[in-house]
Design a protein around this ligand. Structure first.
Ligand SMILES: [Zn+2]
Length: 80
């Protein structure tokens, strides 16, 4: 089963962002840079608000090394 980032739809997370008890993984998404358990706690923003910000900032990759050659943000967002 794939672990999908609830912010950007990136589906290659190493761990599930939250376990069944809603404990965060503290993993940082390679794509949008969201840190589960940290960013969702600090400013009280929803995933949707983070997503809008990320998109309006040009959908920058946090870890460019992990960016697929033929990356399509629309396709990735359809994972959500
Ligand atoms: Zn993400």
């Amino acid at each position: 089963m794939k672990n999908v980032c609830p912010v950007c739809g990136f589906d290659q997370l190493a761990e599930a962002p939250y376990d069944k008890d809603n404990n965060p993984s503290y993993e940082i998404c390679d794509c949008c840079g969201f840190e589960f358990g940290y960013d969702d706690d600090s400013e009280g923003k929803t995933f949707e608000e983070y997503r809008k910000e990320w998109i309006s900032n040009g959908c920058q990759w946090f870890n460019e090394d992990k960016k697929p050659q033929e990356w399509d943000v629309e396709r990735q967002l359809s994972n959500l």
